[in-house]
Design a protein around this ligand. Sequence first.
Ligand code: IMP
Length: 429
Amino acid sequence: MGNTVIIGAQWGDEGKGKIVDLLSEHADFVVRFQGGNNAGHTMVVNGKEIISHLIPSGIIQQKKCFIGNGVVVDPFVLLDEIDYLLKNGIDASAKMLKISNRAHLIMPYHRRIDSAREDKIGAQKIGTTGRGIGPCYEDKAARRGIRFCDLLDFDLFKEKVRAVLDEKNFYLQHYFKTETLDPETLIREFESIRDRLIPYIDDVSVILDEGIKNGKTLLFEGAQGTHLDIEHGTYPFVTSSSVVSGNAANGSGVGPACFDEIIGIVKAYATRVGEGPFPTELFDDIGDRLQKTGSEFGATTGRKRRCGWIDMVVLRNAAKLNSLSGLAVTKLDVLDGLDEINICIGYEHKGKTITNFPAEIKILQECIPVYETHPGWKQDISKVREFKDLPVNARKYLARLEELSEVKIKIISVGPGREATIIKERIFK
Ligand code: IMP
């Protein structure tokens, strides 16, 4: 396998964790490059469910894992996750995991501002995960963020915390009318975890570069999905980072020429958590059925996911934005037993046909999906392991997705476990 980037093609929760876990076997390094613990990657290993929020899913395969400069890290959550993995027999010590010295820290005030803001704006809320992701990226862009390298010089760290809290406390007290944070208490909290964190801090960009020069295979693990991208998603109902493949380079400190494969993960239908437009959303029995059969609950917040038909305007957009070289279609088995399956091939808006993803939220909300209807397959495919053994209607459905997206399907997932996978085209030896 060459250096591979895994990207969500829809609105996140496409099942990236399972595919990363599967491909990790063929990688030496697994790297996260954006987002934070807003992500939730669920893997089923030997019948046991393991959820990682921050640490790359490759840790399950005990590969060397890296948290790149583009990730925002809540250090308390990180330490809890390290302990959780250890309890499950997975080594996540500093031997296995490195965090970029340039990565920004999610601070307790980021979490507090995230939820206070959502409460204050009420009906207009974005439906964030409440993990402080947005406020942390805001501070990064405003150049008042605190980075992991600041923990190495604790006097400087204290100075920064005191200065930044001066501003945050004013904001918390007078704008949000909520509790402030005591800088000395916060500093003491960090003092108590600093020694555990320091061995993990390193220059990830340099280690990855050395790895590339020494022939190591890198797997880049995207979080969220293309349509939650800060630049290209359904703004403002997006996350605060760039989630597309281009940012796999920037967010980990490697050059963009090092990628050999860019795999888009796409669910065989569509889901979304939180607010924001979702043209193919279903409000009927089929939507309920997809939600129940697919166990569509957010891995991070436990919220029910909204469900709908697969949308080719969305998938084609993802193919374009990410230079997808292949697709992994997940949860195909969830469609088992349906009489008919719809594929959205475009939108109708005020008498016009739209085939490119619109920037305007209002237009997107008004778009009526144009569907192509395909016959379903009335059988259980969860035990199928070879493409040729899939029912003919399932193969036709997949062929149509390939045709409309102009991207080859390389992997098909028919169940949560590693074994419930059909490799249609090998991307590894
Ligand atoms: P934030 O990333 O917590 O700021 O949330 C912004 C939006 O992105 C909300 O609609 C979240 O539900 C959504 N979101 C963030 N992370 C994920 C994810 O991993 N999967 C799906 N949706 C996500």
